[in-house]
Design a protein around this ligand. Structure first.
Ligand SMILES: [Zn+2]
Ligand SMILES: [Zn+2]
Length: 459
């Protein structure tokens, strides 16, 4: 049992005694972190790549234990989208303790943006982490597992960092500490973006990357590129993956109401049965994938919710369907929406009913800038070793990182988070189990990407 595990146990105990104490204790730890950071800042006339990478190594080793402890605190105290109040406070205090030049809070509700100016001239780059958790009840063996509960959509739910955003936040806090410690040698400016509600804001609210961009996080100072990462349980700790081009799909959310005429279940001829129409529609929607899309074009149409009826012997008046569409090509996205309308129109006309379709385009596709991917790949290989860098196929999962990457060139990669020999459930499941050590790897990789980009921009 190492000291980090001991610290984790303490954290769990503290979190049970309330949020306030948790935050105070976290901040107490942060003050010393800031002092350490400023204590090792050494101006140097010759800030070459070798010197910076040696400083990153030293900084990662120095800050890793404290950052892992913060990760455990964040993991044990997860907060849902647009409600990341304590996490945001922790982040802002951390950046202030590190002597950041600027720390803005309450951006897009609970977002935090920090600016760190290096001592050497150079461009501005941005790095983004998301802070929100999910309504999932944690079932892992982690000593710092979440026992937090809250109310979500009028139901009592567990809350868990089931998408690994605690790791993303901790990595970025770690990168902030490391880069602050070598800031005199840093050739440029780094903008640290901590974003709420990546999983989507609660119904009726705005939020996430789209709102961050609308509130101007990519201006003043304007970064020329942006980096981001996502935890990946399919990769062991120490490995990273990236897709040099299309990386994550566009995410749409559709809501269908099929209306018919209610009747007794024994007199179906007096109804216009929305259950039968819904059943036909569910089947027919799959022909969009199989018959309308070019076979080699990525695309998914999935119905996730079917809701209708009150009693076994009543044909109801309405059936509600809800689901998601994932695509890459904007033309295919338009095609899916158009075909959905045509199919629903045909089926409900034939069945004597009607329909309403609300087609919400949630997130565009995340496309990695190919030139930037090519430029940064050697850094990945250098930091984790060529054999541990995978070029991964695009996925049908989605990410609102797309909103940044649509504005400026972006590079978004996968960080392996599964402890060797331990296994992990998938993202968004109660058994997703992110490894502490992945935070340390993430710090090393992300700090190196930023400094290598700044150094190469200088050349
Ligand atoms: Zn997620
Ligand atoms: Zn996520």
């Amino acid at each position: 049992m190492n000291p980090i595990h001991e610290a984790g146990r303490q954290v769990v105990t503290m979190s049970r005694r309330g949020r306030h104490l948790w935050l105070r204790t976290a901040l107490g730890g942060l003050a010393s972190l800031g002092a350490v950071a400023s204590g090792i800042a050494q101006p140097a006339p010759d800030a070459g790549p070798a010197r910076l990478s040696a400083q990153i190594e030293a900084g990662v080793d120095r800050f890793a234990p404290q950052i892992v402890e913060l990760r455990r605190r964040i993991h044990a105290n997860p907060e849902l989208g647009n409600r990341e109040f304590e996490t945001a406070k922790l982040v802002a205090e951390h950046l202030r303790a590190l002597g950041f030049d600027e720390v803005r809070t309450s951006v897009a509700h609970t977002g935090v943006v920090g600016v760190l100016h290096g001592g050497q001239p150079g461009p501005v780059v941005a790095v983004r982490a998301d802070m929100d958790a999910l309504p999932v009840e944690e079932r892992t063996d982690l000593p710092f597992k979440s026992t937090v509960r809250t109310t979500y959509l009028a139901q009592e739910v567990g809350v868990m960092h089931a998408c690994g955003h605690d790791i993303h936040t901790a990595v970025e806090l770690g990168v902030a500490a490391v880069l602050a410690s070598l800031r005199e040698d840093l050739p440029g400016t780094v903008k640290f973006i901590f974003q709420p509600a990546e999983e989507g804001p609660p119904p009726g609210e705005e939020g996430g990357a789209e709102l961050m961009v609308a509130e101007g996080v990519l201006r003043d100072p304007a970064p020329e590129v942006i980096f981001g990462l996502h935890a990946n349980p399919d990769l062991e700790t120490g490995r990273v993956g990236y897709a040099p081009g299309p990386a994550l799909a566009a995410v749409d959310h559709f809501y269908i109401t099929i209306a018919g005429t209610q009747s007794h279940g024994a007199w179906p001829h007096e109804s216009a049965d929305p259950v039968v129409m819904a059943a036909q529609a569910i089947q027919a929607l799959q022909t969009i994938r199989s018959r309308n899309m070019p076979p080699l074009e990525p695309g998914v149409v999935s119905v996730g919710i079917v809701r209708g009826g009150e009693r076994f012997n009543i044909i109801p008046e309405h059936v509600h369907l809800e689901g998601t569409v994932r695509t890459y090509d904007p033309g295919v996205r338009d095609l899916v929406e158009r075909r959905m309308r045509e199919i629903l129109d045909g089926i409900t006309r034939a069945g004597g009913g009607s329909f309403e379709l609300v087609y919400d385009r949630v997130t565009p596709a995340t496309i990695n800038d190919t030139a930037l991917s090519e430029r940064m790949a050697p850094t990945l290989e250098q930091v984790v070793g060529g054999a541990n860098v995978l070029v991964t196929p695009p996925t049908m999962g989605g990410e609102d990182f797309a909103y940044y990457a649509n504005e400026i060139p972006g590079f978004f990669y996968w960080l392996g988070t599964t402890e060797a020999g331990k296994g992990s459930g998938g993202l968004h499941t109660p058994t997703y189990r992110g490894d502490d050590e992945a935070v340390v790897v993430g710090m090393r990789v992300m700090a190196s990407l930023i400094t290598d980009y700044l150094l190469s921009a200088k050349e």
